[in-house]
Design a protein around this ligand. Structure first.
Ligand code: PFF
Length: 456
């Protein structure tokens, strides 16, 4: 049922959960999470990540959904109508910018997954570890090919968005999520039965407690949690604004956060056992090529591996698309709420984001100065991911928790979340988390990281 013809609405509670989970589950879970675990020293990162998800991010997800549903607006307007004549709309604006910034590098990696559908289907990625790694390196360094691939991702995303909320987003998510889940479980079972798997499991599950106070690792875990759950930039405010009053936002959030976390954890159960069963594997230096190097070797151990592999990359590309959809939906809805026709908004944004994606595309070997930024020791794509994920999203989350907890008022949010008699079992605990724990914890992590950063 379309409640407001212009803005659109979710078809059902399940449709909403699938779409929000579709936004959350994406490259962040399957490509990003194992890579961050590798960089962050294994199990200790997993532990810090889980704490961030449940203690800091989950309450913020509820806050974003409440604010979106109560205002019925996209991020900028949601702040503006909730607290008129104040500067809070700037938080929404920052979220819109984050959506644009994240999509500009996300589309590049989503483009890689599209290419790997083709490579796997045609049997192009075979050989030794070294050969498979070299294949990835040569492929990502091909600037022309990757510009076309990123453009393809953005055009497909735009086309789905023009189909509107219900038809486009819900339909894609309804098929993809269960299929992805099933395939991940299958791959996990295979990976766990490979020789050497136990070493990978130990790496993934046995924490090295020395790293627990490393601010860089804590900051990366927090950024990854925000990124993975699509929080801190108003994506869940936007999705919440399409939510009907009959839908219980809290239980929906439980579903979304659990599904997202389950998929990320599953990805780790695949990559580390499989990776450690490969000779000479070092998760700490694998970087963005991690899954593209490990998975083809896992598929090779399966009967019908080529078919499995192809299907896997199709699902990964779809998971990426349901996330790019929500990334583009944030700035689009902001422009639509300012009176732009949807079509014009989508077209102008797609063109701008394509232009912004080009330096990220060229930073993987095509252009030397972008591939290793002078003075920073990282490539442009990694810089974008660090700035937006590790800094912009947590800062956005900090401001959202202050806004919902103190400015709009946690009691008003609770009233919104319990309209129509909806059940909100731990409302008191949530109020405590959103008012005190979330802002203080984020602030603490940001200050610690900044101190470490400036101390060199
Ligand atoms: N959550 C997505 C992922 O894990 O791949 C990425 C993302 C989508 C981040 C939407 C932020 C967002 F608003």
């Amino acid at each position: 049922m379309i409640a407001s013809e212009n803005r659109g609405n979710w078809g059902s509670r399940l449709g909403f959960i699938l779409a929000a989970a579709g936004s959350a589950v994406g490259l962040g879970n399957i490509w990003g999470f194992p890579m961050q675990v590798g960089k962050g020293g294994g199990a200790i990162f997993v532990l810090l990540y889980l704490v961030c998800v449940f203690v800091i991010c989950f309450p913020i997800m509820i806050a974003e959904l409440a604010l979106g549903r109560s205002s019925g607006k996209s991020p900028i307007e949601a702040f503006a109508v909730t607290k008129p004549r104040s500067g809070w709309w700037l938080v929404g604006t920052m979220g819109v910018l984050a959506g644009v910034g994240i999509l500009s590098f996300y589309a590049v990696i989503a483009g890689w997954t599209l290419a790997y559908v083709w490579f796997t289907a045609t049997g192009a990625v075979v050989g030794t570890s070294a050969e498979i790694g070299a294949f990835f390196g040569a492929f990502v360094a091909d600037g022309n090919k990757n510009v076309v691939l990123s453009l393809a991702v953005l055009v497909i995303t735009a086309a789905i968005l023009l189909g509107g909320v219900q038809k486009g987003i819900e339909r894609a998510a309804k098929f993809m999520m269960p299929a992805l889940f099933g395939l991940l479980i299958l791959l996990g079972l295979r990976a766990l039965t490979l020789p050497g798997a136990s070493e990978g499991l130990a790496y993934y599950l046995k924490p090295d407690w020395n790293e627990i106070s490393n601010p860089q690792v804590i900051n990366a875990a927090l950024g990854q949690a925000f990124f993975s759950l699509s929080l801190g930039m108003g994506a869940m405010i936007t999705y919440g604004s399409y939510l009907s009053k009959q839908t219980n936002a809290v239980t929906s959030a439980v579903w979304v956060a659990s599904l997202d976390t389950a998929v990320a954890l599953l990805a780790g159960f695949i990559i580390f056992p499989a990776g450690f069963s490969i000779m000479g594997f070092d998760p700490s230096t694998s970087g963005p090529g991690l899954i593209f190097a490990v998975l083809p070797q896992l598929f090779a151990t399966l009967p019908g591996g080529q078919l499995f592999g192809t299907f896997f990359f199709v699902l990964l590309a779809l998971a990426a698309l349901t996330s790019t959809i929500s990334l583009l939906e944030v700035p689009t809805s902001a422009l639509v709420d300012r009176g732009w026709p949807r079509k014009k908004a989508v077209l102008v944004l797609t063109a701008s984001i394509t232009a912004l994606a080009i330096p990220s595309v060229l930073s993987q070997g095509a252009v030397a100065s972008l591939s290793s930024l002078p003075g920073l020791g990282m490539d442009f794509l990694t810089l974008m991911a660090t700035v937006w994920n590790n800094w912009a999203l947590p800062i956005g989350g900090f401001l959202i928790s202050i806004f919902v907890g103190w400015v709009w008022g946690a009691d008003k949010a609770v009233a919104e979340l319990t309209t129509e008699g909806a059940h909100f079992p731990f409302a008191k605990g949530w109020v405590f988390l959103i008012k005190y724990v979330c802002p203080l914890a984020i602030l603490f992590i940001i200050i610690m990281t900044a101190r470490g950063f400036f101390a060199g």
